[in-house]
Design a binder for this molecule. Structure first.
Ligand code: C2O
Length: 570
């Protein structure tokens, strides 16, 4: 007689679960043609890279449980990949998208089909290019509705509007980052922020095309706010209107009311807004939350207009000037903190308690000394250095001849190592006056290996090296609980008591406070190679990233799927 095998019966349960919801689930097919497109912004015509000639790109709308099949055809002159930001990608790491992490880039003239299923996520996510700085113009919303027959945990709003906050350069963003890489200097700051790709009234040549959001008096609308900006955290507010936050990063939150939002790049926030004011026109506006002291930033303000239908008028009448909201000062860290610490899960959640992996990662900038013999044009950073950035003193370098996931799957050695340090190699006063000798990290493609199912805690500790600032840290392939945040150096003796193990929010991107820390927890139940990085693209360019290698579990349903046949080769 065959002995009872508890593992195989466990697998049987996983397989049952896999198919349990297959009935009402749909498959959505899309074609994404990445191409150069002429657009006019700020009085100038530019040839930008778009998807299907749309800017912002197409909104994808699905139900929880549905499958997306997106055929990406690259008709641009750059390599490209598309990342589905925040999608869990259970076992489908091949569809995650970051260039040289889970796939080689789609070369000009080539194509690749992303296939993945949305599992247990509801709300707002987005998609964006994950190759160089292409995401400056290659991005769009991904809206996940509840399953058929299921509902929001709040009354159904009358209308829903995606609000994509973006960042615009009057030059080709690829040239901006290339120049920065050539010189080692900080890249040029942007020329405008945008709402649904329009800068709005406060910029030149922009008032005709300002985004208008119509409302009827008394109705409740759902704004799905997405920070798709490349390099800037943004405050967002609507004049005279309160915002009730109901979700973030495709997870519901315990509703709370606020007059201002702060989103780091990568983050989404779903808010209900009630049209309960005088029928009139009101600005919605976004501008920088710039936490780095003294660093140059784009201090312009983007606007859209919330227009009550009874207050709109046809072409010949004089429109009244919209009311302007009050926005926090650029460096208003207390408002940013008050906002980010309001987030809670709607009810008690299962936070991993016994931790298998207790990790401590520093995140911050650095300066690299000019290599011997290099021309001074190569070292245009502060006092003849080059800007760099690191986690635990490793400045992350992408491989160029393979993707990490392919190298892992095929057992190819020499592409990466698995010696990313669990703690900083040197302990120091992270947020104090850091000795100049600790400013230069080493370069490397180092991964941290996790056993399937490991319960992981990561303390993300900001540093004050060169300049402290808020870092929006994003983890691919996972959502994590943010159990605490604070200022200064994390102290396990005193700060552990602040952990919220009852109802912490579940996010895919955490704002690590300027000169402070954030603690996250997750269970490593998704095998593959998963990038963790600062979502300010300037910082990822400088190496503020690392990756987890999560091993397969026991049965097939706990293992990475085989790669698709059309996976690009390097
Ligand atoms: Cu929104 Cu690595 O990505």
């Amino acid at each position: 007689m065959k002995p009872f095998n508890p593992l195989s019966s466990l697998c049987f349960v996983c397989i049952l679960l896999l198919f349990a919801n297959a009935e009402s689930a749909k498959i959505h097919y899309h074609d994404f043609v990445v191409q150069a497109t002429l657009v006019k912004r700020l009085c100038e015509i530019h040839n930008i890279i778009t998807v299907n000639g749309k800017f912002p790109g197409p909104t994808l709308e699905v139900n929880n449980g549905d499958t997306l099949v997106v055929n990406v055809v690259n008709r641009a002159r750059y390599n490209v990949t598309i990342h589905w930001h925040g999608v869990r990608q259970m076992r489908t790491g091949w569809a995650d998208g970051p260039e040289f992490i889970t796939q080689c880039p789609i070369r000009p003239g080539k194509s690749y089909t992303y296939r993945f299923t949305i599992q247990g996520q509801e709300g707002t996510l987005w998609w964006h290019a994950h190759s160089s700085w292409l995401r400056a113009t290659v991005y769009g919303a991904l809206i996940i509705n509840p399953k058929e027959g299921e509902f929001y945990p709040f009354p159904k709003p009358k209308r829903e509007t995606p609000i994509l906050l973006g960042e615009w350069w009057n030059t080709n963003p690829i040239d901006v980052v290339r120049q920065a890489t050539r010189t080692g200097a900080a890249p040029n700051i942007s020329d405008a922020y945008t709402i649904n790709s329009q800068p709005g009234d406060l910029y030149k040549c922009s008032s005709q095309d300002t985004t208008i959001v119509h409302v009827d008096s008394g109705e409740i609308n759902l704004l799905r706010v997405i920070n798709a900006a490349l390099n800037q955290q943004l405050f967002f507010a609507v004049a005279n209107h309160k915002l009730t936050v109901v979700g973030a990063d495709a997870t519901y939150v315990k509703p709370f009311t606020t007059s201002v939002l702060m989103l780091g790049p990568g983050q989404t926030t779903d808010v209900l807004i009630k049209a309960d004011q005088q029928p009139a026109r009101y600005y919605m506006a976004a501008r920088a939350y710039a936490s780095a002291q003294g660093a140059p930033f784009d201090d312009t303000t983007t606007t859209a207009i919330l227009e009550y239908n009874t207050a709109s008028c046809s072409t010949n009448c004089v429109k009244t000037k919209p009311v302007f909201p009050s926005l926090p000062a650029y460096n208003d860290t207390s408002t940013a903190t008050a906002f980010s610490t309001k987030f809670r899960s709607p009810r008690r959640v299962e936070v991993p308690k016994e931790i298998d992996e207790n990790l401590f990662f520093t995140v911050g900038l650095g300066l690299e000394n000019c290599p011997r013999g290099a021309p001074s044009s190569y070292c245009q950073g502060p006092s003849g250095t080059r800007f760099t950035a690191s986690m635990n003193n490793v400045s992350f370098t992408l491989p160029s001849n393979n993707s990490l996931l392919q190298a892992h799957y095929q057992g190819i050695s020499g592409v990466f190592s698995t010696d990313f340090p669990a703690v900083p190699p040197v302990k120091f006063d992270y947020t104090g006056n850091v000795s100049r000798s600790l400013w230069q990290p080493i370069r490397g493609t180092k991964l941290y290996k996790l056993k399937y199912g490991a319960k992981v805690q990561v303390v993300l500790q900001g540093t004050s090296i060169f300049s402290a600032e808020n870092h929006p840290m994003h983890l691919h392939g996972y959502d994590f609980y943010i159990i605490a945040e604070g200022f200064g150096n994390f102290n396990p003796k005193t700060d552990t008591f602040k952990f919220n193990l009852i109802d912490p929010p579940l996010r895919n991107t955490a704002s690590v406070p300027v000169n402070g820390w954030t603690v996250i927890r997750f269970i490593a139940n998704n095998p593959g190679v998963w990038l963790m990085h600062c979502h300010l693209d300037v910082h990822i360019t400088w190496g503020l990233a690392m990756a987890f290698l999560v091993e397969n579990g026991v049965c097939e349903s706990e293992s990475l799927e085989p790669p698709p046949l059309d996976l690009p080769v390097c």
